[in-house]
Write a protein that binds this ligand. Structure first.
Ligand code: NIG
Ligand code: FE
Length: 412
């Protein structure tokens, strides 16, 4: 028999099981096990039930007895980040707060291009270090799986450097990093050719190399006036799809249009959506494309939130991610941001928690996590409280006291 571990008693364990993927959720739909125990074998959940009962049934299990009241939630999943980068954009932030807009800064040579310059200057080792540091910071707030985008390399060689850094960071840290290629983040200013030629080069050189080296299975593009139009991106997405990549889109951040591209290409998610109108909301609700809100970008740019309430009421699947990046979303605290989005958009606890667990897992195409059930990864956090509602009520200020990843205690 594999080594067994039993953790408990847990005052409330919120399973996030049996929730529909789409549409509104009420807190009464949450399955909560009282005085629970989690039985772990080989990094996976073998059973969830009443602690005393599990203790009797599995008397040989190694016991992790908890003192005091705890609430257990599945490990959080941050389905959209850019935590692999060089430099800092503290000056952009200061400029924005003195009146310049994100797009004005981009046009005058700063913005994403500034981070591209700094990321290119950085050795791969430096990027590994920085990604590791930030992923570990997320881990302490309960995030056990993070998506990480490239997109600050913007050449075949530099994009590969970033994706390799993400892969190597993943190999040494407890959390799982899911890499996404964002070589179509913006048109690189130093490229000797047209936008069309740049995207063709990505198709001919970069995508096959990513496949061959097993660096990513997801492709992203920024659809916006300052980056790529729906028409420009179409051939790139078509080929990427044929090659078997999942598509995800930076959509409707400043102007609507990207979510139409996402739905047309059967993207797994359309992210941002701050500028989505009724038309895009309906479009997403009637599709299988997951709508990912990025409240960290609204907070970083001081602009409106994604219409999360409207998206849910229309029947969309809502995931919530941090967008942690040096430009638009420097904070990088998923729980805080999700709680704030909930307060502004009037979301139930169930809707916010699903957005950072089970619905975020769907945005990454992951079926082995996001809820606590037999056979799934033993990824979970414990919070020192007797009531799960306290977690969002504290708006991110109640941090986990313990984080477990694949059955191992990785933070306490
Ligand atoms: O998701 N919108 C485009 N990309 C990122 C920002 C990247 C940056 O400003 O460095 C985002 O907000
Ligand atoms: Fe982003």
């Amino acid at each position: 028999m594999d080594e067994l571990k039993l953790i408990g008693p847990i005052r409330q364990l919120v399973t996030m099981e049996a929730l529909p993927l789409k549409g509104p959720l009420s807190d009464s739909q949450l399955q909560i096990v009282e005085q629970a125990g989690i039985l772990i074998s080989n990094g996976k959940i073998l059973a969830i039930g009443v602690f005393e009962r599990l203790k009797t049934d599995y008397s040989k299990a190694e016991l992790y007895e908890l003192k005091g009241d705890h609430v257990c939630l599945p490990g959080f999943i941050d389905a959209h980040t850019h935590i692999c980068f060089g430099g800092s954009r503290a000056n952009d932030y200061a400029l924005r707060n003195s009146g310049k807009t994100y797009l004005e800064i981009a046009k005058s040579g700063g913005g994403i291009w500034d981070t591209v310059t700094e990321t290119r200057k950085a050795e791969k080792e430096e990027l590994i270090k920085k990604t590791t540091k930030l992923a570990n910071r997320h881990l302490e707030t309960g995030v056990t799986t993070l998506e990480v985008k490239s997109g600050y390399g913007l050449s075949v060689e530099e994009e590969i450097k970033m994706l390799e850094a993400i892969k190597q960071a993943n190999d040494t840290i407890p959390s799982d990093l899911i890499a996404t290629c964002l070589a179509a983040h913006m048109f690189p200013k130093d490229y000797k050719g047209t936008k069309k030629e740049y995207l063709e080069e990505l198709v001919v050189k970069l995508l096959p190399m990513i496949k061959e080296k097993g660096l990513a299975h997801r492709i992203d593009a920024f659809i916006e006036e300052s980056a790529f139009s729906p028409i420009e991106i179409a051939p790139y997405f078509e080929t990427a799809k044929k090659m078997g990549f999942d598509i995800t889109v930076h959509a409707d951040q400043f102007t609507p249009g990207g979510s139409q591209v996402a739905v047309d290409f059967g993207a797994i998610s359309a992210d941002h959506l701050e500028a989505s109108t009724e038309k895009e909301i309906q479009l997403l609700a009637q599709s299988d494309t997951i709508a990912t809100a990025l409240p960290g970008a609204s907070l970083g740019l001081g602009c409106n939130f994604t219409p999360a309430r409207k998206l849910l009421d229309a029947g969309a699947t809502l995931a919530i991610a941090s967008d942690h990046n040096p430009g638009s979303a420097p904070m990088g605290d998923l729980l805080t941001q999700a709680a704030i989005l909930g307060a502004f958009e009037k979301l139930s606890n169930a809707e916010v928690l699903a957005g950072i667990t089970i619905r975020a897992a769907a945005a990454l195409g992951l079926k082995d996590r996001g809820k606590l059930a037999k056979g799934l990864l033993a990824d979970f956090s414990l919070f020192h409280t007797d009531n799960y509602q306290e977690i969002l009520y504290n708006q991110g200020n109640l941090k986990p006291c313990m984080v477990w990843k694949a059955g191992s205690l990785v933070f306490n």
